[in-house]
Design a binder for this molecule. Structure first.
Ligand SMILES: *[C@@H]1O[C@H](CO)[C@@H](O)[C@H](O)[C@H]1NC(C)=O
Ligand SMILES: *[C@@H]1O[C@H](CO)[C@@H](O)[C@H](O)[C@H]1NC(C)=O
Ligand SMILES: [Cu+2]
Length: 694
């Protein structure tokens, strides 16, 4: 247990650290950004500014169908309608910005979804369509559904039978998925509640669900399969430091505050939304649906000085989180979090010094509220340099005695981070850039498990053969088995838009009699995908391939095409039936890799409208058109997956579980691009040393 004096000291150190962090922020070699409220766009891909969103609201308010006396619709999203790629690629700093346009999704109850395209300068609505499909919920929708449930007499009776009144509960607005005609033609929310507690997620009121028609604010049906299932007391589940610090704890000493040294300050530059660092340059913006979007990533060739394009646009396109319990209160929990709730809009401000280290640069977001007015979400993104004590390349020569060769270079990377809190779960997404041209995309999961109430307090009580659909975590709580899949949109433009997808298939080749003492070797067979179906890939350890995006017109001196390869790491595939309704909606997980021809309207792997969608407009349906993809502008899609069998350590809050994938140069550079990286000496860094005892 830390002594009060130590805590005081710690507080003083933290205070000091926050001053240092403020100082290092101002010493960034960046143009000091103007306050977010007065910032105007300076790049064709810059997100809509505060003023632009205000202007769009005025345009909508005087647009005949929405102008008084007609009711103003609920605004579900307002985002930049990016100019065509060819226009963005031609644009140079100093040029006029291409026309600023926005796409607005709005909804007029009951049942009218609007998609509008707006030209801001001319204050005109260019297109207005009323497609079928529902946009993600607004917070007003969520509140309306919860209030309706808590006003329903039969719902109240069910609460009352458990000794609870509306003031004793916290309720969640759950997307119902799509299972047939019931989930069509009207917007639905399933409301489930928890008994109040700081960590209410661990006190489910099991089995009680209100199916609510959102527009009518009316309860359609109550199901209650849970009387008799106790509500966990949720003792000792508050995870805040303010309550934990006074507990007798830990047999180990606390770790002293840690930060890595940058005596000369950070090495990245921020110019509006353009970040540059160590030969990299990219455009970075917050997005209400995707969280963060990295665009126009390019790298300066260290040998020629040429700027070389790597990726036009990359972002987390959709998530699929199916829970594996088929009972009435659980079967529908098969979330598509980005399209149903919005990843960016669910991201709260990052916690300085803890979510991102000292020296981080924070970027605010401007989003539109349900009324169409702009609001600022501060610190949505952070950018920082990372040093974990790793090595980027090394060699110690043992066969030469003279000269004595010991060469090692430290690995420093640049990280872009966001953290979305979609209900109980937190998703940290990192885009990490390395000096050798590698981009690592890392996903880390934390937050609270969705748990199920049970009468069991000990596994010994569970009848033989009964499937708990999860792990008994503590008395009366089961952590339900589930998956997480995140599909990434990766519009790779290796040395220009026209690229091909090459598979380097590795097979066992047997030798012919007498050829060699060896019986077999691994042989690489290279092929180019002609159409989309050739590029639908299911990963397999015993049937491996490398996956390259290459530029067939950019050939190195020795004849290899310039390329980047996709390198999967630990991942998981969905085991649901292809015809299971949730799997049809999450069909982008049917393969881990897909390649589609570039099409500006195919960006959301689960479809543009996901809420109660049937899955008829998604990556799988696009790809099944089997369009040509050879030597064309193509988009790579990779789905990273986690199977999650909860365990006791995930309670009451989960330590992060991470996985990643890499985009790694292959024959892109003539040779190791960081041969001239400079090693550190003791003059570069203040020396500090560990406590030692003999
Ligand atoms: C739970 O069951 C195990 C046997 O499976 C038993 O050893 C243990 O004592 C039980 N614990 C409680 C609290 O009942
Ligand atoms: C672009 O995508 C949309 C939506 O999937 C589709 O309707 C359209 O036909 C596509 N265009 C081309 C040229 O494939
Ligand atoms: Cu999980």
């Amino acid at each position: 247990m830390a002594s009060p004096r130590l805590l005081l000291l710690l507080a003083a150190v933290l205070l000091l650290l926050s001053f240092i962090s403020l100082n290092s922020r101002s010493s960034l070699r960046s143009l000091n950004p103007p306050p977010i409220l007065s910032r105007s766009p300076s790049h064709p891909l810059d997100p809509l500014s505060f003023d632009e969103i205000s202007a769009i609201r005025s345009i909508l308010a005087s647009y005949r169908p929405f102008a008084a006396p007609n009711p103003f619709p609920a605004i579900h999203s307002v985002s930049l309608d990016e100019p065509p790629k060819s226009v963005v690629l031609r644009w140079r700093p100093g040029d006029h910005l291409p026309a600023r346009r926005a796409t607005v999704t709005a909804y007029s109850p009951p049942g009218h979804t609007h998609v509008l395209s707006i030209d801001i300068a001319s204050a005109r609505v260019l297109h207005h369509s009323t497609p079928s499909g529902f946009p993600r919920l607004t917070t007003d929708d969520m509140n309306r559904a919860i209030i309706a449930a808590l006003a329903d007499t039969s719902f109240l009776r069910s609460l009352d039978s458990r000794g609870l009144s509306p003031s004793d509960v916290v309720c969640g607005p759950l997307a119902p998925g799509w299972y047939g005609p019931e989930e069509e033609n009207h917007r639905l929310v399933k409301v489930q509640c928890f008994a109040t507690a700081l960590n209410f997620y661990l006190r489910p009121i099991e089995g009680l669900t209100a199916l609510v028609d959102v527009d009518a604010a009316r309860v359609i049906r109550i199901s209650d399969s849970g009387p008799g299932i106790p509500i966990s007391p949720g003792e000792d589940t508050d995870y805040r430091y303010s309550t934990q610090r006074n507990k007798p704890s830990a047999f180990s000493n606390p770790i002293n505050p840690v930060s890595f040294e940058q005596p000369a300050g950070p090495s990245f530059d921020v110019n509006g939304h353009v970040i540059s660092w160590a030969g990299w340059e990219f455009h970075l913006k917050p997005d209400a649906r995707a969280g963060s979007v990295v665009s126009l990533a390019r790298m300066r060739d260290p040998e020629t000085g040429e700027w070389r394009s790597v990726m036009y646009k990359g972002f987390a396109s959709e998530l699929f989180v199916p829970y594996m319990d088929t009972s009435e209160g659980w079967y529908f929990k098969t979330y598509l979090d980005s399209g149903e709730y919005g990843f960016g809009i669910s991201s709260m401000p990052l916690v300085r010094l803890n979510d991102c280290p000292r020296g981080a640069y924070y970027m605010d977001a401007v989003f539109a509220g349900t009324d169409g007015r702009p609001f600022v979400r501060p610190d949505l993104l952070c950018v920082f340099e990372k040093y974990e004590g790793d090595v980027v390349w090394r060699h110690a020569e043992t066969l030469l005695t003279e000269p004595n060769i010991r060469e090692a270079r430290p690995k420093v990377t640049l990280v872009v981070r966001t953290a979305a809190s979609v209900g109980n779960y937190d998703y940290i997404i990192d885009w990490e850039f390395q000096t050798d041209g590698l981009i690592r995309v890392k996903v880390s999961l934390s937050g609270m498990l969705l748990v199920k109430g049970t009468t069991y307090q000990n596994l010994s009580q569970v009848p033989e053969g009964e499937d708990l659909h999860g792990t008994l975590l503590t008395d009366n709580l089961i952590g339900v088995v589930h998956d997480h899949f995140l599909s990434f949109y990766l519009d790779m433009d290796i040395d220009g838009p026209d690229n091909s997808f090459a598979k380097l298939h590795m097979i066992k080749q047997e030798t012919s009699p007498g050829e060699s003492p060896r019986k077999s070797y691994m042989k690489v067979i290279r092929s180019i995908a002609k159409t989309e179906k050739d590029a639908q890939v299911k990963l397999s350890l015993y049937d491996p391939s490398e996956f390259h995006i290459i530029n067939p017109s950019r050939i190195s001196g020795v004849g290899n095409p310039s390329g980047y390869k996709l390198v999967p790491a630990a991942t998981a595939a969905s085991l649901l039936d292809l015809d299971d309704p949730p799997q049809r909606r999450g069909a982008f997980t049917n393969n881990q890799i897909w390649v589609t021809p570039y099409n500006q309207s195919e960006e959301w792997a689960g479809g543009f409208f996901v809420y109660q969608g049937r899955g008829d407009d998604n990556l799988a349906t696009w790809s099944d058109r089997d369009r040509a993809i050879e030597n064309k502008d193509i988009v790579l899609w990779y789905t990273l997956g986690f199977h999650h069998i909860p365990c006791q350590e995930d309670y009451p809050i989960m330590p992060v579980v991470s996985s990643s994938f890499d985009l790694k140069p292959v024959n892109f550079f003539r040779r190791n691009p960081i041969l001239r990286a400079v090693p550190y000496t003791e003059n570069d860094l203040p020396v500090s040393s560990a406590r030692t005892s003999v």
